[in-house]
Design a protein. Structure first.
Length: 619
């Protein structure tokens, strides 16, 4: 081909790309490379096609050749860096992005990409400097402001992140990433009703936004007005929307009960996270003569726990990005018998993968307090208290398997300090406290706590959560409390602690822990009990509102489970009236927990293994 013919071919390929015919466009660019291997565009545009088709490794190879052909191209260097980021090769991506900013130091888009890489690597201070460069060089870039917001949100600087999303939307009200970011950041600011309204508005325009659908479902669990029926309807609608493509047929062969079962666990939380702490004893103690353990890791920030869990796996795979056409063929090639999803509709949801059935048996467990809404999800592992039969069965697309009297196996952190005496002995007044995610604190909950403070003279309330060190969020919450008549002079708001040991030491500041009633704590309840602090909960109408009841029954303290809001206040007030009894509880509660099924890891692992085999053999 002569140069003119090559240019016509390039235009043909670009036209096909615009029409969405990516494989055809890729074929044209491959022809150009074959006849004109020194043509920069053939390699660069070919890289674009590979990246758009979800093959970042192939894209990186093509971009690398383009960079060799034109080392002065900032665009090619940037694209090579982006491709390596998509592969999860952040160290390999950084030099190319830094080359690009040297070539075009006033290019806001390149600064934004470099900032994204640094943020993903948890190098937040450096990322913020890059984002500032981006918005300085192009203050009218909605993308640059949104990128800045995402980094701030990752550091839980949510109020400032919300302001950046507003700046992005002021520039371009239709910029979809900023609209989604604005909604999710409202959720991080603990403004759940507002977040749900934003999700609804986004979905009214385009219901097939999977990530928005999942964020919305998760948020609905926080609302006190949500009912089992309304939540079920919402989750069913999700399943109907995303299971329109028939998934492969279920396994029809003989399910040999004697052979080892290959069980694959999927999670973005294989790190120092509650999901990992609850799963670790089960994974460690599952009988390896009966099970091969495959762990699929979607966590992008590995730590000590990640490395520990890797050592428990027969097969470990890292998936740094949720590119379905990359993940799915790998999983199918591994051929697990059972796949277990540990995330549900939480942050890094993998539901589109499970909608297409990755294995003969699919199970939901642990990370999400509700049905997935998928007909392809066969089972959900729960207990009789969180999901009593037959009442709860009507609100699950899965078959509920009540595999144990309590559905959790708790491992206390090795750095946990010893319980201290209740602070009321020194202070002369009772301090109630809740260390749950403040998004679980509804207006109704604040009203109950306000009444409790009125009933217990001189008492105070300590609320500790991520975000509660941010002055803007504190002001927002205090205004909400004033509107509800909460005595804010008796309420202290405190942010998250830097380490787990410091977090647990903060239980020395409260006498009685107050569970949130619409969406109970799980880890926070176990931690309070381990630190000797009694927990008052209320048995609600759905799984998320019954976890506290399950945990307290298991440790032998059903007397702290309320059946109504009046009962909740009475139990808390009665506990507050007996400082000597609180001191006695403090001395023995850790032992109560240690002797319970929650920390009988061998028995819980045996029950869990039996449940997995039951699901495998069930017709």
């Amino acid at each position: 081909m002569n140069p003119a013919q090559i240019q016509r071919k390039i235009q043909d390929g670009l036209s096909l790309q615009q029409k969405g015919r990516l494989p055809d466009a890729a074929a044209i660019f491959a022809q150009i490379r074959a006849v004109a291997p020194q043509n920069f565009e053939g390699w660069h545009l070919g890289g674009n096609m590979a990246l758009l088709q979800g093959n970042p490794a192939a894209a990186a190879e093509l971009y690398a050749r383009a960079v060799r052909l034109n080392p002065r191209s900032a665009v090619a260097a940037t694209c090579l860096g982006v491709a390596r980021m998509a592969m999860g090769d952040f160290p390999g991506a950084e030099p190319h992005l830094r080359t690009a900013v040297r070539l075009e130091p006033r290019n806001a888009e390149i600064w934004n990409q470099l900032a994204t890489l640094l943020s993903t690597a948890s190098r937040f201070d450096e990322a913020v400097k890059c984002h500032r460069q981006a918005v300085t060089f192009n203050p009218k870039s909605a993308q640059a402001w949104h990128g800045y917001a995402a980094t701030l949100a990752n550091q839980n600087i949510a109020a400032e992140a919300l302001d950046c999303e507003k700046r992005a939307l002021a520039i371009d009200p239709n910029y979809a990433p900023a609209r989604r970011g604005y909604a999710t950041t409202l959720q991080k600011c603990h403004r759940i009703p507002e977040a749900v309204k934003e999700y609804d508005a986004l979905l009214a325009q385009n219901p097939r936004q999977f990530d928005v659908q999942s964020h919305r479902l998760f948020a609905l669990n926080y609302l006190s007005e949500s009912t089992p029926a309304s939540l079920f309807t919402a989750h069913q609608a999700f399943g109907a929307l995303f299971e329109t493509v028939p998934h492969p047929p279920a396994f029809t062969g003989v399910r040999d009960s004697a052979r080892k079962i290959r069980v694959a666990f999927f999670s973005a939380d294989f790190r120092e996270h509650s999901v990992a702490y609850f799963m670790e004893p089960l994974l460690r103690l599952l009988d390896r003569s009966h099970f091969d353990i495959l762990l699929y890791n979607f966590c992008t920030k590995p730590d000590v726990m990640t490395n520990h869990l890797r050592g428990l796996a027969s097969l470990w795979r890292d998936f740094p990005s949720n590119v379905e056409n990359v993940v799915e063929p790998v999983v199918r090639g591994d051929a697990p018998d059972i796949v277990v999803d540990l995330g549900g509709h939480t942050g890094h949801s993998l539901m589109p993968l499970f909608a297409r059935r990755l294995a003969p048996v699919q199970i939901s467990y642990l990370g999400y307090p509700n049905t997935t809404g998928l007909s392809a999800m066969d089972y959900r592992l729960v207990d009789e208290t969180t999901d009593p039969a037959p009442e709860a069965d009507a609100f699950a697309t899965e078959k509920l398997i009540r595999f144990s009297p309590c559905a959790w196996a708790y491992t206390p952190p090795a750095t946990a300090p010893n319980p201290s005496p209740p602070p009321c002995l020194k202070n002369g007044y009772i301090t109630f406290g809740s260390f749950n995610n403040f998004s679980k604190v509804t207006d109704e909950m604040l009203g109950v706590w306000s009444q409790l403070l009125a009933e217990v003279p001189g008492s105070r309330l300590l609320l500790k959560s991520v975000g509660l060190a941010d002055p803007a969020i504190i002001a927002q919450i205090q205004e909400r409390m004033r509107r509800l008549g909460v005595p804010i002079d008796r309420v202290e708001l405190s942010g998250a602690r830097a380490t787990t040991a410091e977090h647990l030491a903060a239980y020395s500041l409260i006498d009685i822990a107050l569970d949130t009633v619409s969406y109970n704590g799980t880890t926070t309840t176990c931690e309070a009990l381990f630190m000797g602090v009694p927990v008052v909960t209320m048995r609600g109408n759905r799984h998320a509102a019954r976890v506290g009841a399950s945990l307290l029954q298991t440790v032998g303290h059903p007397e702290w489970i309320a059946e109504s809001r009046d009962d909740y206040r009475k139990i808390a007030a009665d506990l507050a009236s007996g400082p000597a009894e609180l001191e006695s509880i403090r001395k023995k509660l850790r032992n109560d927990l240690s002797q319970s099924l929650l920390m009988n890891h061998a028995e819980q692992a045996a029950r869990y293994g039996a449940a997995l085999r039951h699901c495998w053999q069930r017709e």
